[in-house]
Design a protein around this ligand. Structure first.
Ligand SMILES: [Fe+2]
Length: 186
């Protein structure tokens, strides 16, 4: 049984501890073992969005819903993260900084399905795609302030680095919702 308030409290306690990333990974793993319970507590997603559950200097918890076929360009977080999928699929494409600029690391994406958890290191750079024609929902927990920490994103086509923009990210989700509206109108 997944209880949101309990989950938030457990994450807050973990975030304040020395081994925050490991402890949060264990908490998310335990919860995501029963993805349906997580979804019934959060509600079945109906729109793409970055839904904030909790935000502090040392912890951000998001209910992140990817729109159908949605893609988000490479970005970093400058903090550790844990992703746990409760519905749908997330494809994660990993990148490395090189002398020649940003390069994809490995040929294939890491595919995270419902019930799966992925911890991301402090310096991870990834792009995310929802390969499905329906919504994907995931708990994303970060060991810092996701919205206020300066970090980078890279242009999807040129892979040129620029300052991460929360507004750009929010716009991508809104555009995805416009497509969703069109799909549902057909
Ligand atoms: Fe990310």
């Amino acid at each position: 049984m997944f209880e949101l308030e309990r989950f938030i409290d457990d994450c807050k306690q973990a975030a304040a501890s020395d081994g925050a990333h490991k402890a949060i990974t264990e908490i998310v793993t335990r919860c995501i073992e029963t993805p349906d319970a997580v979804m019934s507590a959060l509600g079945e997603p109906t729109r793409a969005g970055v839904n904030k559950i909790y935000q502090a200097d040392n912890l951000t918890i998001l209910n992140l819903v990817w729109g159908p076929d949605m893609y988000l360009q490479p970005h970093n977080h400058e903090m550790e993260a844990v992703i746990g999928i409760y519905t749908g699929v997330e494809e994660n494409y990993f990148y490395k900084r090189t002398d020649e600029g940003l390069r994809q690391h490995g040929n294939r994406p890491v595919i995270l399905e419902r019930g799966k958890v992925a911890p991301l290191a402090h310096d991870t750079i990834h792009a995310v795609k929802n390969p499905l024609g329906k919504l994907t929902g995931a708990l994303h927990v970060y060991t810092g302030d996701f919205f206020e920490t300066p970090r980078s994103e890279w242009d999807a086509d040129t892979l040129e680095e620029r300052a991460y923009s929360v507004e750009n990210t929010m716009r991508a989700f809104e555009e995805s919702n416009l497509k969703l509206d069109e799909m549902q109108a057909q």
